[in-house]
Design a protein around this ligand. Structure first.
Ligand SMILES: [Zn+2]
Length: 361
C-alpha cells in the first residue's frame, strides 16, 4: 500500500472514533470525503459520496479491497456497529511499530556513526554492538535491573535510546515458562505454548528446553516492533557469527563492522569478507527490501561480499510452503537484474575456506 492509501484509511478511521465532539467529527468526515473523492476519481470511479450520511453508507457498504487497495481484506472497512475492521487495526499497528523501530534504530545508528568520528576516546563500534546484543538478549527485564545495567554499561546518550525500546510489561513472571531462544513468556505468544518459527527451529536443533523464571519487581518488555524487526532477525545472525568465530578462530571476525555497514566482517591478511544476513519470511519481501532499502552497490564494490540466507529460513520455507527458498530467490533476483552473490548459511564455511585457499596459493 502506498502512503496515500494509508492516509485514506487513517482519515476514515478517525471519523469513527468514540468521544469526539460533533464539530470535530464533521471536520474529520469532510477531510476523509475529500481524500476518498480524490482516490475514486483517480481510479475513474465517479460514484463518490457527497455528504456525510452517504459517506458513512459508502464505507459500510463497499469492500475496502475494491476502492482502497487490492491488498486489503474483501470486507467493508467499517461494520454495522461502526467499528473499524480488526485486520486493518492490526495492519495499522504493525505499520506504525515498523516505522517507530526504523526511526529509533536509525537514530541510534546515526548517533554512533557521528560519535565514532567525533569522539575517539570511546569505542563506538563496540558500544553499538553491545547495545544490539543487549536488546537481543533481554526481551523482558526488571525495570530496576535495566536502569542499573544501562547506567553502568552505556554512555548517557545511548541509554535513552535503549529505554525507549522498552515498555511496561502487561504480565508478571511467577514460575513462568519463557522461550529459551528469544526470552518471551510462552503463555503470551500463542495458545499451544510454542513460540516463533525461528525459536521453534533453534529449540529443536539446539535441544533447548524452555526456561522457568520468576520475578517480584516491576517488569518491562521490548516494544513489539523491536522484537519483530531486531530481536528475531538477530537470532540467526548472532549464531552465524558465533559459528564463524569458532571455526575461523585465528581470523578476526567482527559483528556489525564499521557500525553496521555489514552484519559480519571476516578479516584475513589484507582481505575482508563481508556478510549481510537477510532473514525475510519469503524471497519476495527480501527482493522488495533489497530494491527499496539496501545500497546494492556495496555488494559489488568488494570481491568478497555475500548476502547470506540463514538455514532456518530455508527450512521453515520448505516446511510451511513446500518451496525452495534459494531457487525462488535466484529467479527473482535475475528477473530484477540484481546481480549479487547470495549463499545459504550451510555453504558459508566451505566458501570462506575456498577464498582463503585461493589467497594462500
Ligand atoms: Zn521465542
Amino acid at each position: 500500500m502506498n502512503s496515500e492509501e494509508i492516509e485514506l484509511i487513517y482519515s476514515i478511521k478517525r471519523c469513527f472514533e468514540d468521544e469526539i465532539e460533533v464539530w470535530e467529527k464533521v471536520s474529520r468526515c469532510d477531510y476523509a470525503i475529500d481524500l476518498l473523492t480524490e482516490k475514486l476519481i483517480h481510479d475513474r470511479n465517479f460514484d463518490f459520496p457527497t455528504n456525510i450520511p452517504s459517506f458513512i453508507d459508502f464505507v459500510k457498504r463497499n469492500n475496502m479491497n475494491v476502492y482502497i487497495s487490492k491488498k486489503l481484506p474483501n470486507q467493508p472497512l467499517i461494520n454495522d456497529y461502526m467499528d473499524i475492521n480488526e485486520e486493518v487495526v492490526e495492519l495499522l499497528d504493525e505499520k506504525s511499530s515498523e516505522e517507530k523501530v526504523q526511526k529509533i534504530m536509525k537514530e541510534l545508528l546515526d548517533l554512533c556513526r557521528y560519535k565514532n568520528k567525533e569522539e575517539t576516546n570511546l569505542d563506538w563500534e563496540e558500544i553499538y554492538v553491545k547495545a544490539r546484543g543487549f536488546i537481543s538478549t533481554h526481551y523482558v527485564i526488571e525495570k530496576i535491573e535495566l536502569d542499573k545495567y544501562l547506567s553502568s554499561n552505556f554512555p548517557y546518550e545511548i541509554r535513552s535510546f535503549i529505554s525507549r525500546m522498552y515498555e511496561k510489561a502487561n504480565f508478571s513472571l511467577n514460575e513462568s515458562y519463557v522461550c529459551s531462544i528469544c526470552g518471551k513468556p510462552l503463555d503470551y505468544t500463542n495458545e499451544v505454548g510454542g513460540c516463533s518459527n525461528i525459536c521453534n527451529y533453534y529449540k529443536l536443533h539446539e535441544r533447548k528446553a524452555d526456561e522457568i523464571r520468576s520475578s517480584k519487581n516491576r517488569l518491562v518488555k521490548l516494544n513489539k516492533g523491536i522484537y519483530k524487526y531486531i530481536l528475531l532477525p538477530n537470532i540467526g545472525e548472532y549464531r552465524i557469527y558465533k559459528k564463524l568465530k569458532k571455526v575461523f578462530n585465528n581470523f578476526k571476525v567482527k559483528l556489525y563492522p564499521n557500525i553496521d555497514e555489514f552484519d559480519i566482517g571476516i578479516y584475513y591478511g589484507d582481505v575482508t569478507i563481508n556478510l549481510d544476513i537477510k532473514d525475510h519470511k519469503n524471497p519476495y519481501t527480501l527482493v522488495k527490501n533489497l530494491k527499496e532499502n539496501t545500497n546494492l552497490y556495496k555488494f559489488n564494490e568488494s570481491k568478497y561480499c555475500f548476502l547470506v540466507i540463514p538455514d532456518h529460513r530455508v527450512t521453515i520455507y520448505k516446511q510451511t510452503k513446500s518451496k525452495n527458498y534459494m531457487k525462488e530467490l535466484g529467479t527473482l533476483l535475475r528477473n530484477e537484474d540484481i546481480y549479487i552473490k547470495v549463499i545459504q548459511e550451510r555453504k558459508l564455511i566451505r566458501k570462506i575456506d575456498q577464498i582463503v585457499g585461493e589467497i594462500d596459493e
